[in-house]
Design a binder for this molecule. Structure first.
Ligand code: ACM
Ligand code: ZN
Length: 756
């Protein structure tokens, strides 16, 4: 019998799919089509890899090494036919391939080199997980018979790695590239310079790395180390191996890549079909350059302002020469078509008073500082173009006038017009808005669906859609000091990004993706990827019962164990094992924690099971519809101080939501009543960005306080029918989100009435 992946998907959805899916290989990203035949190819010890074209030799050697490691077979590479045959069509879609496995062997045809590499990734996933083992595994190796034509939706499926805030070694970068190749990620955007460290050797400016690659522990290091201890999280411990002593006996953190190491990494990536795009961030985020070379900043005084550092001075010719000289060396190291100039978060305050900046503006008839940055971008773009390179910048480069040919990397979710502004101007776009694709943010159960459901062409007409190059997940590493933490932050979110960037919308299905992802976890484990163990499910932050409560906690990862404490302490490897559903009769505060198969420490989650009587309703007269909301001009970091800040105005809202008038510094205090339609236990889903909390009957129902990206906290409360006093607080500084969903004890949404 033959079944195609599309049919299998339908079967799976219709019949809960266990039998149909059992035969369907779990390939990520999901291919255009995969037809599964009967039987399998059993790999013989003497199997060979043949390649028809000298261009494919590196791909064949790569495949041979990859297969040899766990099988122990040699996989000799030869010209012409082999048991695995690599061929090149040299036409069509960059990245497309056809893979055919029969009882006799494997044939791969790539439209380009990269297509062959993509087919190798699929072949790798068709093999048992053991193929990723670092040692030889004695077993039979089979590949199911399949045929698949497959092609990417987007040419850009990227991951950004910030090696400035924390440094990762050459071997660590190699390992990351190996994993990215497995998921057909074809771009690694390498953030090599920033205020916290300059990581690439520039021969003309040796101090950039002699001094600029090293720092005394900064507050990000100390916060990581504090959290490592407080949260029992070894992956947050700054590695001693990244430190050295200076001649004053101080500990310095750092590291950098020599030009030869950069060349090696670029070549390693190229074999795996991955293009590395260097980012040298300018004119902001450049403190390590400014502090080590004269003539780069407006004034002698440099350092941090309220949010950002003093930028370089585009008014000075020495600065322009420096930028061009640095890039000239960078061009030599990176064959990529694209280079990334950064251009984000420039504090232009100094430019307003700097005589050189002001003269430059006058000379070029510029009236605003953003125009001065645009002038600098244009100047640099001319230089890039003359060297055959295409410039990318963060979406701030739109301000002051977009250049003709640069590509824009959209990161500011709140600048929702950036995609339209970019593509309607005729420029290419890469989507990496922070609300979905900033994988340095803490992941929660909504993160993967948010990536998966993101629409990269939303709001664009057909012509503009052609300019969308693809999608990218960004890993900033202020709070990521180790490779294990890189894996934890990036996986599985990078895998979801890979499928979004590769697969056609008609083949994508979140439930099917989730089950394929679970099937991939043992493979990741074998590769040494300390991925984030999926969230525990089956409970809310606060769970209320009136008689007996049932604690029924689940983890989608079958290899994970769950342990818990009830005294507020952090569960260690010897904490009580959670063995299945438990009935409780008294209020109990649990801390659950997952552990990987190697006792790797996973996330902790606190939740309470609270015994309550149904809270009595209250009576109130002369009620008006809606909640009363006071907006305070609040710029603090939690809800506590809102009432101390100046009052901007009072409003009435239909529920817990931000009044249309509130902008900028937002501190809200809600007061009124909630009208409960029937006796029961109600569930309150409080989503906010930043913090919020909700009290009903003076009981804390959902505490979502503190600075954070969009996050849901879910609590319950038992109530009698009628009016109950409700009180909530919320704060944010740049737009934010606030939403409350109410559900009854059957999980159905309830439209409740609010009054005051
Ligand atoms: C950025 O996150 N500043 C690009
Ligand atoms: Zn200046």
């Amino acid at each position: 019998m033959k079944i195609s992946i599309k049919k299998a998907l339908v079967c799976c959805l219709l019949f809960a799919g266990a039998t149909a899916m059992a035969q369907q290989p779990a390939i990520i990203p999901v291919p255009d089509q995969m037809t599964v035949g009967t039987g399998a190819w059993t790999i013989k010890k003497s199997a060979t890899i043949g390649c028809d074209n000298a261009q494919l030799r590196p791909a064949a050697e790569y495949l041979s090494q990859m297969l040899s490691r766990a099988t122990g077979y040699r996989f000799a590479v030869k010209n012409g036919k082999g048991d695995i045959r690599l061929t090149l069509a040299n036409e069509g879609n960059a990245g497309a391939y056809r893979l055919s496995v029969t009882g006799k062997g494997v044939t791969i045809e790539g439209d380009t080199y990269r297509g062959v590499i993509n087919a190798i990734a699929t072949l790798r996933q068709l093999l048992p997980d053991d193929i990723e083992s670092q040692q030889v595994v004695a077993r039979t190796w089979t590949v199911p018979c399949v045929t698949t034509p497959d092609a990417p939706r987007f040419e850009w499926r990227g991951m950004e790695l910030d090696c400035s805030r924390h440094f990762f070694t050459v071997d660590e970068v190699y390992k990351l590239l190996d994993v990215l190749a497995l998921y057909k990620i074809d771009k690694m955007h390498w953030h090599l310079t920033d205020d916290q460290g300059w990581r690439i050797e520039i021969k003309r400016y040796p101090l950039l790395t002699e001094r600029g690659a090293w720092r005394i522990y900064n507050n990000q290091d100390t916060v990581c180390m504090k959290r490592a201890a407080e949260e029992d999280a070894p992956d947050l411990q700054v590695p001693v191996a990244r430190t050295r002593r200076d001649d004053k006996g101080r500990t310095l953190y750092g590291g950098f890549y020599t030009q030869q190491q950069v060349r090696d990494i670029v070549a390693y990536a190229q074999v795996r079909g991955i293009e590395i795009i260097p980012e040298i961030d300018m004119p902001g985020h450049s403190l390590m350059a400014i502090d080590n070379y004269d003539g780069l900043s407006c004034f002698k005084q440099t350092g941090w302002g309220k949010l950002f550092t003093t930028p370089m001075c585009p008014g000075k010719d020495t600065m322009l020469e420096f930028c061009k000289n640095v890039w000239s060396e960078v061009f030599d190291l990176f064959p990529s078509r694209y280079v990334h100039i950064g251009g984000d978060e420039v504090d232009m305050k100094n430019w307003k008073t700097c005589p050189d900046c002001q003269k430059r503006m006058k000379d070029h008839h510029l009236t605003t500082e953003p125009q001065l940055q645009a002038w600098f971008n244009h100047y640099m773009e001319d230089f890039f173009t003359a060297h055959g390179k295409t410039m990318i910048g963060w979406d701030e480069i739109i301000a002051g006038g977009l250049t003709a040919n640069s590509a824009v990397m959209w990161w500011r979710s709140w600048a929702a017009d950036s995609p339209k502004q970019t593509t309607s101007h005729g420029n290419a776009l890469i989507c990496s808005p922070n609300s979905e694709f900033y994988i340095d943010y803490q992941e929660d159960r909504n993160s993967i669906p948010a990536i998966y459901r993101f629409d990269p062409v939303k709001g664009l007409d057909a012509k503009e859609q052609q300019l969308v190059l693809g999608v990218q997940a960004n890993l900033w590493t202020e709070w990521v000091p180790t490779m294990n933490r890189v894996w934890y932050q990036a996986f599985p979110r990078v895998i979801a990004t890979a499928e979004l960037g590769w697969s056609k919308p008609q083949t994508m299905n979140i439930d099917n993706f989730t089950s394929r992802l679970v099937a991939h976890l043992p493979r990741l484990q074998k590769m040494g990827v300390t991925y984030r163990i999926p969230d525990l499910t089956g409970f809310y932050n606060v769970n209320v019962f009136t008689d007996k409560g049932v604690v029924d906690v689940k983890c989608a990862d079958p290899s994970a164990t769950i342990r818990y404490t009830t005294d507020g302490s952090i569960p260690g490897v010897n904490a009580q094992l959670y063995a299945g559903p438990m009935t409780i009769t008294e209020t109990t505060h649990f801390t659950f924690r997952t552990f990987g198969p190697d006792n790797r420490k996973g996330d902790m989650v606190k939740c309470s099971y609270v015994k309550e009587d149904l809270a009595p309703a209250v009576t109130a007269d002369s009620l008006k519809e809606g909640l009363q909301v006071a907006w305070h001009d609040y710029d603090g970091r939690d809800c506590a101080g809102i009432d101390q800040a100046a009052l901007n105005g009072t409003y009435v809202t239909t529920g817990i939501q931000i009044p249309a008038e509130a902008k900028g510094n937002i501190g809200l205090i809600f007061n009124g009543y909630i009208d409960i339609p029937a006796d029961g236990i109600y569930t309150f889903v409080l989503l906010s960005d930043d913090g919020s909390y909700l009290k009903i009957d003076d009981t804390m129902v959902a505490d979502n306080d503190g600075e954070h990206s969009p996050r849901e906290i879910i609590g319950q409360h038992a109530m009698r029918r009628g009016l109950h006093p409700i009180y909530a607080r919320y704060f944010d500084h740049n737009g934010g989100q606030l939403r409350l969903r109410v559900m009854d004890d059957k999980g159905n949404d309830v439209q409740v009435r609010f009054c005051h």
